[in-house]
Design a protein around this ligand. Sequence first.
Ligand SMILES: NC(=O)c1ccc[n+]([C@@H]2O[C@H](COP(=O)([O-])OP(=O)(O)OC[C@H]3O[C@@H](n4cnc5c(N)ncnc54)[C@H](O)[C@@H]3O)[C@@H](O)[C@H]2O)c1
Length: 394
Amino acid sequence: MATKKKGGRKSVVPVDGSWSVAGKTAASKVAPAKGKLGVMVVGMGAVATTMISGVEAVRRGLAKPIGSLTQMGTIRLGKRTDNNSPLIKDFVPLADLKDLVFTGWDIFEDNVYEAASHAQVLKSETLKQLKPFLQKIKPMPAVFDSYYVKRLHGTNVKKGKNKLDLAEQLRADIRAFKKTVDRVVMIWCGSTEIFMKPQAVHQSIAAFEKGLEKSDIGIAPSQIYAYAALKEGVPFVNGAPNLTVDIAALVELSKKNEAPICGKDFKTGQTLMKTVLAPALKARMLGVHGWFSTNILGNRDGEVLDEPMSFKTKEESKLGSLEYIFQPEMYPDLYKDLYHKIRINYYPPRGDEKEAWDNIDIFGWLGYPMTRFWRRRSRWICCCSWTWPSALPS
Ligand SMILES: NC(=O)c1ccc[n+]([C@@H]2O[C@H](COP(=O)([O-])OP(=O)(O)OC[C@H]3O[C@@H](n4cnc5c(N)ncnc54)[C@H](O)[C@@H]3O)[C@@H](O)[C@H]2O)c1
């Protein structure tokens, strides 16, 4: 373990996967992040192409990794007064950005440059600087069925005699990629699938594999990717609100093959603001009568979410976050009657310049009502206005 000064901070650098906390050294169970880390991205749309372009821009020194916890965040060790807060990336054995290698699948044949240009999240000036790199990343044919994402129809799609065959084809893709890198992770950046609940075919690995063979309708494409990843010992992250790995069979497979699973929607936009505001209200024991969230967006994600069954998947995920934070069963006086309404409207003129409005009807001292409006525009520009009842001092 080496300790060095960095910008006035003491920085703890793990060596060979051993971590040191407050002078004690413990062998980490996590293997050191050596060599190339292959990132297999399912769905090369707005999120995926922004991530890949961003990583490359940072690697070339064109931009800073603003918003990245692993790259900019620190972790405090010991007491505040110890002044020992190394960067997370120096403390935890994480892959360096320069060691990330990207590949993936999509139902459209566009390379990452074309897909990023279509998504219109990043400006063309930025993308042009990265064009030679982005053009080289071309999506492999996807496992897709428009029954699960009704608004999309692409041609870059695998054919197979059943879902097990499709899973085998994905496993072959993973094995081929593994030969070119040292470790692999998979991340679902694909569209939101229709709303699904756990059912019999999801209850065990055996039932799931039988279901794959019979092409059971209860197994969605995202679950076929997750199955393929876990079978190959590859960790799987879910960036959509889909059911995907929240089923007994894939949890069992994850444990059996020691391949971690995580994620449930990226929660980077409106839900991020909710998960910040809700704890603040709760910390002050302020009650909430109603929370009305409305969104307009005109990108492909918006088009998919315009379909009622995909919208329901998103809605359930967004609804759950407030319920989880407020704990209405523990604070019935404050949150039992909360009316939570979510609207997502596809509005093509807006493109990726999403806009979200939240109206929050809260109540405070003596149950007097107060109202908050929260508006989020152009992805990250926020403003809010506060209205206090005239009967109470502000
Ligand atoms: N954009 C955001 O800020 C944001 C925030 C939180 C969550 N999300 C969620 O992340 C996911 C991706 O969002 P996005 O904005 O990048 O959407 P997007 O529509 O731009 O990209 C999704 C891509 O997935 C592809 N796809 C769909 N099914 C596939 C399959 N079975 N295999 C391979 N590719 C497939 C589509 O062709 C498309 O290119 C969505 O579920 C979205 O709800 C997005």
